[in-house]
Design a protein around this ligand. Structure first.
Ligand code: ADP
Ligand code: ZN
Ligand code: MG
Length: 485
């Protein structure tokens, strides 16, 4: 029965812009636990105060819109959206309504099976954030530090077909916005917020059903879970012959359900009109070109380029392209390595990140330059250390001290032993101590012979604390065992 219906989803995402000051006044845009310290007559909505547009906020908003392939409109209008709530001292929010600064964009998500899907973006507009209400037992408090913080709202077309796509869209959006530096992208802390609109319809139908908006989705997992619950709820309701009503529902992550919050208000209720205190926003061509030029490489562009230029696996390029610091750390490291870049990716993704996680250090705080990773692998290729010593001894020490691999190898005496006569001496010694194993090699079949060789490699490694050149040791062991015969 379930597969008679399909879901239609559209997301509305708010992102706080990383500016120094608020959208329309000089107050600090900075999170703090001390309430009501970043406030002034403008963001407190005092009569007679006048808003002034923050140029940096517009720049970041335009950057985001460009990265999302939007059309940028030279002229846009700020409007007042009226509603009455204690966290909104002016009783209206300044936003953009009929004439937003950006429309008609898209982003591309990649599904687990590798297929790509384009999700269109209907519009992006700029607006100011509201304050925060804090509810205690017998009273409520209002903190207006957040009132007037610059936001962009990114509205997708209803192109999303299931909860997983919704999560992928949100993740991709976050990755792009964080990469270009317009937002922190932290869902838990609310610098990125997602409202999900969802309806169902008979499979194959072209008409849209009545949509429900879900709020309070502060993690990627909750977006997926809430939508899954809500789609089921709607299907069950329709099957019972009930009608879906247009409403706003709240996700309760504890119970994993959505609950009705209010029936959806109509646009007319807000009494939108152009804000007479603000002139039209004009984005001059010259400035737009400057912003375009400052955008730099985007995650998908980086991914495509490193696959071509460095011949690394698509899987690795995908992980690298999700974090700008990681991406360029890899590239710096790869540049200083003489061998195949895939090995650089391997050691970064599986070894370095593991150590950092254990030591609770972020990549951006690593005390050595990325080029040291290349140098470390060069030492392996030059047979100065083994890969095992590189990963297990040198790399952790680099993270701890920031010293170069060369210095660490020198100081800790980790140089690989590649001196034939020295290794031969050790091998002969171990033959003397283990005559049984020598005999096993002499009279045994191929499998026994291999076992004996393996045993002596172990002995040599033990005697040299893992520093013997493994290939040389192996070759010498076989040669000397043959000579024993
Ligand atoms: P409203 O005017 O009610 O805010 P919009 O047309 O602005 O509605 O759309 C808000 C969001 O809801 C968009 O992300 C859009 O893609 C999505 N949406 C619109 N209609 C539907 C629908 N029938 N089902 C699911 N999502 C929808
Ligand atoms: Zn202010
Ligand atoms: Mg809307």
């Amino acid at each position: 029965m379930k597969d008679k219906y399909e879901a239609v989803i559209g997301l509305e995402v708010h992102a706080q812009l990383k500016t120094k000051t608020k959208m329309f006044c000089g107050c600090k845009n900075e999170f703090t636990n001390e309430p009501n310290i970043h406030v002034c007559p403008v963001c407190l909505g005092m009569p007679g105060s006048l808003p002034v547009i923050n140029k940096k906020a517009v720049e970041l908003a335009v950057k985001a819109a460009l990265a999302l392939n939007c059309k940028i409109h030279k002229k846009s209008i700020f409007a007042r959206k009226h509603y009455f709530y204690p966290d909104l001292p002016k009783n209206y929010q300044i936003t953009q309504y009929e004439e937003p600064f950006a429309t008609d964009g898209y982003l591309i998500i990649e599904k687990k099976d590798g297929t790509k899907k384009k999700i269109r973006i209907k519009r992006i507009h700029m607006e100011e954030d509201a304050g925060k209400n804090i509810h205690e037992e017998h009273f409520s408090k209002v903190d207006l530090n957040r009132a007037g913080v610059p936001l962009i709202e990114i509205v997708s077309e209803p192109d999303i077909s299931d909860p997983e796509e919704a999560r992928l869209y949100m993740q991709k959006l976050r990755d792009i916005l964080v990469w270009i530096g317009v937002t922190d992208g932290n869902l838990e802390e609310g610098s990125l917020r997602c409202d999900a609109n969802v309806s169902i319809r008979p499979k194959g139908s072209k008409e849209l059903g009545t949509k429900v908006e879900i709020k309070n989705l502060n993690s990627f997992r909750f977006i997926e879970k809430a939508l899954r619950y809500e789609i089921n709820r709607q299907i069950e309701a329709v099957k019972k012959g009930e009608k879906i009503i247009q409403e706003t529902r709240l996700y309760d992550s504890q119970k994993d359900i959505t609950k009705s919050m209010r029936t959806k208000e109509e646009a007319e209720d807000y009494r939108y009109f152009p804000d007479p205190d603000l002139p039209p926003l004009i984005i001059e061509d010259e400035w737009l070109e400057e912003i375009k030029a400052s955008l730099g490489e985007l995650p998908d562009e980086f991914k495509e380029r490193v696959i071509k230029e460095y011949k690394i696996k698509e899987y690795d390029a995908d992980i690298l392209s999700r974090d700008k610091t990681l991406a360029y750390f890899f590239e710096e490291a790869a540049k200083s390595y003489k061998g195949e870049a895939q090995r650089v990716s391997n050691i970064i993704l599986s070894d370095l990140l593991g150590i950092l996680k254990e030591e609770k250090i972020e990549l951006k705080d690593v005390p050595f330059p990325a080029s040291y990773i290349g140098e470390l692998l060069n030492l392996v290729d030059e047979n100065i250390i083994s890969l095992r010593v590189a990963k297990e001894e040198v790399l952790p020490e680099m993270v701890k001290t920031g010293k170069s691999p060369k210095v660490i190898v020198e100081e800790k005496g980790l140089k690989q032993i590649s001196d034939t006569s020295e290794i031969e001496k050790i091998i002969k010694e171990s033959f003397k101590n283990n005559p049984k194993a020598v005999k096993q090699y002499k009279i045994g079949d191929e499998r026994k012979k291999q076992k004996a060789v393996q045993f002596f490699i172990g002995q040599v490694m033990k005697a040299t604390k893992g520093k013997a050149n493994p290939k040389l040791a192996r070759d010498l062991i076989i040669k000397l065992l043959e000579e024993e015969n």
